[in-house]
Design a binder for this molecule. Structure first.
Ligand SMILES: [Zn+2]
Length: 297
């Protein structure tokens, strides 16, 4: 049995999967914010609850909004700041009396879709989460490619390629740079672009809904968005040439992206033709917790 934990900023989700990926149990508790010890306790309680329910012991993988620094063994880049600088995997391992694997939540998403989701049967899967932020993860042969610095796939903070004059230098990003892919492709990025063009503040989902109803300014904002996503992903195609790109996060619900973006990235990728499919996720919101479980093959 494999247990996956998705440690989010507001809730901790847990799932138990059998060998085939069927769900044996599912639990969810609010995240004890700003309390590291209580966060450990909550995860231990979720694991023992699932094990009692299933009547067996499981392996444990945890997805976190950050990553473990290979250099220090401590959590870095997490927006749940109370776990930063902590040896979360070792602390959990000692409390659970077994090794625990940790991975970035975008990597867990990519792994879940690679194992039995939209990337099933593909050797190299690039998973993108476009929601509040923009993150990416690479899976090769059903294993997460973490990288020497644990940043493989993190292309959200590279600059938007082939910028037009009105996209340069681009919006300021929380990472300290300007014009990052994330500042254009995240939900807030789409909303900002729409507001700049129309003066109206709308959420990304509402812009997409209006575009689907034929609204002009919303459709134009999405067209700009698609061009940017195509350019940003063309870089990924050139560097990694994955067998499939899978979108996740709130933006992945915009259906027209799956036909428009692959049509547009043909123009930018360094190839006479590009056959790479862009697919919606199969597991949706459950991908994080499922991918955490699959951290143990
Ligand atoms: Zn940035």
């Amino acid at each position: 049995m494999r247990i996956g934990i998705d440690l989010g900023g507001t809730k901790i989700e847990a799932i138990a999967l059998d060998e085939t990926g069927a769900v044996l149990g599912r639990r969810r508790v609010p995240t004890p914010r700003h309390d590291y010890d209580a966060t450990l306790d909550a995860i231990v309680a979720l694991v023992s609850g699932l094990e009692q329910e299933a009547g067996q012991r499981g392996s444990v993988g945890v997805g976190i909004p950050g990553t473990v620094s290979p250099a220090t063994g401590l959590v870095k880049n997490a927006n749940s700041t109370w776990i930063i600088g902590r040896p979360l995997d070792r602390d959990l391992a000692s409390r659970l009396a077994r090794p625990v694997r940790l991975a970035n939540d975008a990597n867990c998403f990519a792994l879940s879709e690679a194992v039995d989701g939209a990337g099933a049967g593909c050797r190299v899967v690039f998973g993108v989460i476009v929601g509040t932020g923009t993150g990416g993860g690479i899976v090769v042969d059903r294993r997460v490619l973490t990288g020497r610095n644990a940043i493989a796939g993190e292309w959200g903070h590279n600059p938007l390629p082939w910028p037009r004059p009105d996209e340069w230098p681009g919006p300021a990003c929380y990472c300290g740079k300007t014009g990052c892919v994330e500042t254009f492709l995240s939900g807030p990025g789409l909303a900002r672009d729409y507001q700049q063009a129309t003066g109206e503040a709308l959420e990304a989902a509402e812009i997409a809904a209006r575009a689907a109803r034929g609204d002009g300014p919303a459709g134009e904002a999405l067209t700009r968005y698609e061009g940017r996503m195509a350019r940003a992903l063309a870089i990924v195609l050139d560097v990694l040439d994955p067998d499939v790109v899978v979108l996740g996060g709130g933006i992945s619900q915009i259906e027209r992206l799956y036909s428009s973006v692959p049509r547009l990235w043909q123009e930018w990728a360094f190839s006479d033709r590009v056959d790479t499919p862009l697919r919606p996720p199969v597991h949706g919101d459950a991908s994080g917790v499922r991918g955490a479980a699959w951290l143990w093959e």
